[in-house]
Ligand binder design. Structure first.
Ligand code: MBD
Ligand code: FE
Length: 282
């Protein structure tokens, strides 16, 4: 039997393709004034010049950087690089005004239009999918306390080996990805398994940076979710499990105390968790 191996280049290519299949990111900024582009580009370049001068960066280091940047593109790892090391600050600025639930970064592995399961159901999983069964109940409300019926809760997460369907080989298309709709009481009930801590690919350019800098590649175990309802801001979040050793040193800097679950072990070996969302009106 041959087992397909997950490679940075393959998951990177999938993530790049996924990003490209979204509507053009350029359309939303088509009317940006040249003054703003000039200002942003200048500030980024100035930060680079300051680093080169302060640190006396050598030609060897400059050429290594050039080669590395080229490799990131060849590996398709720009989505991974940006979402791991940059997105958390964009998310912080974008959601600073919110009164409802805290969110965090989306990361590179969201796929829209997963199978729908109504207000209560089980995400697609393989026969004997490994991992502790998890039952997650919650409600979606507006900041004024109004219950939101028919809100969309999109869930995606890694399996017990830390792999995402559609970004690692040999996993059914919609494995551990599913969409739910809140009922008349704004409630949902999701049955899935608890994901494992996740290591970003170490065999590509991001891994090369991590090794060269003496960092680690880990994210704590997490559930990804997008929660949306008409007239409300889209909430993108991740939920984490208490006690995970990487909650305090997430490589993607995406953990917030408000996003920690309080799972309750059940007699049958499963774990129950109650966690709901409060959306800000637009
Ligand atoms: C992930 O699963 C993830 O959530 C992020 C933010 C980056 C890389 C992999
Ligand atoms: Fe993730």
């Amino acid at each position: 039997m041959t087992t397909e191996v997950a490679t940075a280049a393959a998951s990177g290519a999938s993530a790049t393709e996924r990003f490209h299949s979204d509507k053009s990111p350029f359309a939303a900024v088509a009317h940006t004034a040249p003054e703003r582009v000039d200002r942003l580009a200048r500030r980024v370049l100035d930060a680079i010049y300051d680093t080169i001068r302060d640190e006396k960066v050598t030609y060897d280091e400059y050429n290594a950087l050039k080669a590395w940047l080229i490799n990131v593109g060849e590996d398709g790892e720009w989505p991974l690089f940006l979402d791991v090391w940059v997105e958390h600050v964009v998310e912080e600025v974008a959601t600073d005004h919110r009164e409802g639930s805290k969110g965090t970064i989306e990361g590179p592995y969201y796929v829209p239009d997963a199978p729908e399961h109504g207000s209560k159901g089980t995400v697609d999983m393989r026969e004997g999918e490994s991992g502790t069964p998890l039952v997650w109940t919650g409600t979606v409300t507006s900041t004024d306390g109004t219950v939101l019926e028919n809100a969309l809760v999109e869930l995606w997460h890694a399996d017990a080996d830390g792999f995402y369907s559609q970004f690692a080989p040999g996993i059914p298309e919609w494995n551990l990805r599913g969409n739910f709709r809140t009922d008349a009481a704004g409630a949902f009930e999701i049955h899935t398994i608890q994901p494992a801590p996740y290591q970003i690919p170490t065999d590509g350019s991001c891994g090369k940076l991590i090794a060269a800098a003496g960092w680690h590649a880990w994210r704590p175990a997490h559930l990804h979710v997008k929660v949306s309802a008409p007239g409300h801001e889209l909430l993108t979040a991740q939920l984490y499990f208490p006690g995970d050793v990487h909650n305090d040193d997430d490589i993607a800097s995406a953990v917030k105390p408000e996003l920690l679950l309080a799972p309750v072990p059940q007699a049958d070996g499963s774990v129950s968790v109650d966690y709901g969302f409060v959306l800000d009106p637009t």
